[in-house]
Design a binder for this molecule. Sequence first.
Ligand code: PLP
Length: 750
Amino acid sequence: MDSIVAACLAFAEKAVDAVPDAKEAQKLGSLPTQALCEAAAAVTRRYADRTFNFCGIVNAKSGRCSENCSWCAQSRRFETGIEIYPLIDAERAVQAAKQAEANGLTRFSLVTSGRKLSPREVRETISLVRAIRSSTNLEVCLSAGLLTESELKSLSEAGVVRYHCNLESSRGYFPQVCSSHTTDDKIKTLSSARVAGMEVCSGGIIGMGETEADRIALALELRTLKVGSIPLNILAPIPGTALGNEPLLGDEEILRAVALFRLINPTAQLRFAGGRARLSPKVQKKAMECGINAAIAGDMLTTKGSAVDADKRLVVEAGYRLDDLKKFDAQHLWHPYASAALPPPVSVAAGGHGARIVLSDGRELIDGTSSWWCAAFGYNRPEIVEAIRKQAAELTHVMFAGFTHKPAVELGKRLIKLLPSKLTRLFYADSGSVAVEIALKLAVQYQMVLGRKSRTNFVTIRQGYHGDTWNAMSVCDPAAGMHTLFHGAMQQRIFIDAPRSVFGGEWNPQDVDELKAVLEKEGESIAALILEPVVQGASAMRFYHPQFLVEARRLCDAHGVLLIADEIATGFGRTGKRFACDWAGICPDIMTLGKALTGGAVSLSVVCVTNDVADAVSCHAPNALMHGPTFMANPIACAAGAAAMDVYMAEDWLTKVREIEAQMKEGLAPLAKLEGVLDVRVLGAIAAVEVKRAADNRILGPAFVREGVWVRPFGRIFYLMPPFVISREELKRLINAFSRVLTDWVEEKI
Ligand SMILES: *Cc1c(COP(=O)(O)O)cnc(C)c1O
């Protein structure tokens, strides 16, 4: 028995990332129920979402259906005595939705009868959806038949996030129970819904006379379509329909079906739908243990919360969580670069240590991102935590106008020691983007007070990233960057091509020609050149030749243009030097630092300025830099920064970064051979793999988490920027997991 369970587990493990072989899947059908259920229960605990997902539905249009589905009371071919009504109005839809929300549900589906909605009904449904979204926080799903792609698109834009269309039965059996449309019609609708930007929900009905082989075939078809939500209905024969006399399925056969669906679809939401009410609570609970982790709940318009409450008790008894952080998060919190209507999958982080993020369920992820590159010295670094604790007990905040304090001075002392000697003046700010704003503002003020009134613009290199605020956006890559949408609304900056000479390669002197030409032609309009030295991070993960910086420094001086080095990502050892500018041996006029400045503990940034610039701004009217964030030099943030700088200075991080570099170079090299990979590059503790197929973090995020690592690609760039404290063994595991998921992605197995 144990060996059968083990074989089932091995089957499901493979099914997580790849579509199982049909023959292998059919073999499951011959196995004893107990083994199937035992294996399915283990797979459910391991791979399926442990937060039970309920959705509510409303029958938004009933009866008079032209189709001939043999099980359905709504077909006009059967006399079933059901209530018949046209599409409900907004008031009724909102009332049903509010009832669902009051019952604690987060997802709500409008279900309509008929082959498909008419164009007029589509317009009315759009109004219903808008009305529901404006008065509740429910995620709205829709089940409205075989709609066209453009109809689905308009519904998606109205706020429908998931489209439902059941395949109902296997491709082989479906024609036995319905001849008015086909499995392919349904699949076409599902793929159109995807193209229109919606998730899909599709499952079927068991107990219509089909064999277990048909159920397996259906589960497999759904796995092939990568359906994330699979409703499982148990036929409730309705007198008057063609299947009105169909015998009821027994408990064992139902449990087998649940287990089979789970083994073939290990990560899907397996949703109990119609027909479960006749099962005993004991059997329902058993079904939940071996695979069911979602359900349609309540009978929206007629029952109160009681039915839902009973369901919830059962769910908790079966070992699921109900109302956790994720639910509120999905309904109310907006995540970075994310949709509020269709919130991305998130993990709940509860702690961290070293290179690991600890999840609320106790799992640990080896972090390949340093939390967007800031947690360089590890999570919850004891020295930094202690400094924060101590400072919080003394003084949490005081305005920096008219006051100074020890943490600001202590952090300043350490920075002055670390910075190139010409950078002597520090302006603290809240975040990287704000530091960039200040640097740009400072550069313009510098030019203004010196009487160079035409110098209000900036030049920068393409494929750069400098933050998400307005002016920072204006100097991000205008085409490839993430702010293209705003292009027309922003100040137009001067963009030149990023140097083509790569880091470690040969320097091509022509790389600087464009900058030279621009400064000669338009220099009088330019206040500063802003760039990320050596490593262009968040927009492209490119590593370019440091000689460009040497030339740029020289040209800026010759043309009275300031040089702003944005070291927010590269500062404090990330590239293998303390600052990336050190590769070129240059000193900028203004340097921005952030991210690792507090070891990733608290938001803080600093603008470091030469005396030349600081004096010019200070000795000319208005004799001040007109900038002052409320939380400037926050004492807790500065204390964290000072402790982080102590950590930085106490250890030989540059050697550690070189070791990480060597291990990543070796470990990632095999990826270069993959068909879908364009380039593999490593510099310091940064590795980037450029692939042909753009990343989708809705799929990749959970895939990496399953592998026990945290990686977050963007666009066609998969990268690793691990915390410097990562151990050799952890980095090995990270590289292996990264390579596995990346390989599956480029080979389109996930
Ligand atoms: C991250 C980053 C910023 C923006 O910093 P935030 O703290 O996210 O505002 C600016 N410049 C560079 C180079 C960065 O990597």
